[in-house]
Design a protein around this ligand. Sequence first.
Ligand code: ADP
Ligand code: MG
Length: 252
Amino acid sequence: MMSNLLELRQLCVEVDGKELLHDINMTIPRGEVHALLGPNGSGKTSLMMTIMGFSGYHVCRGQILFDGEDITGLDLTGRARLGIGIAQQRPPTITGVKLRDILEYVSNGNSWRTDQVEALVKKSGTERFLDRDINAGLSGGEIKRSELMQLLVSRPRFSMMDEPDSGVDLESLSLVGGLINELFSKDLDHPAKRRSGIIITHTGHILNYIQADKAHILLNGRIACSGNPRLMLQTVGERGYEECAICMREAA
Ligand SMILES: Nc1ncnc2c1ncn2[C@@H]1O[C@H](COP(=O)(O)OP(=O)(O)O)[C@@H](O)[C@H]1O
Ligand SMILES: [Mg+2]
């Protein structure tokens, strides 16, 4: 078994014929949660969508490896079956499908007990919109909780979430942080280890609630630097993301 769950090798990605991500190298060992930081427009969402396998994101060079297997040519469904899951920042509204339907469908496939799912629904505060169409008329904070609830029941081996802290008030932030910790809390196959994933955050606020093992800063579609999340966030807070560009130039 590979110790690295996800590996990106010199990945370049095009959207609508334009190269948005350049030469991305990233390694996420089993049991680690990494933070992906960067200013708006730097390519964070595009990287997540590429790893998930959305069709608009064309890998023009490089490779994506998951658990040692090259999944660069695998479609989104295939990747979901391997255990990759996402919580989107602005997921679409799905008319005619209720949150309850999705939770029932996914939890049956994952052998959850009904009382366990009910407890999670309570904890996530999603019961008020269980019987509404997915994301229809939900507030920003409600969408985060709905997306996380769906991830929780699907128990992916590798979860990515896009700015779970954006547009969320302080009280909800600790709730969202609790849900994310629960999501990563245990790897049923390796009880000593956490589950793995990527948390995208522009502000870093969510990292006050979740321990990230490593952070990467994306600037203009490139990884500008990688390292200790606390130190990097502190530097970004004091001097801004542009400091990374300087650091990158000095390294070159
Ligand atoms: N479908 C698209 N077509 C053209 N450009 C896009 C598309 N999606 C994203 N981009 C551009 O790619 C860059 C990175 O976007 P995005 O991945 O959303 O960044 P972030 O999530 O870091 O804010 C931006 O300049 C954005 O305008
Ligand atoms: Mg984004």
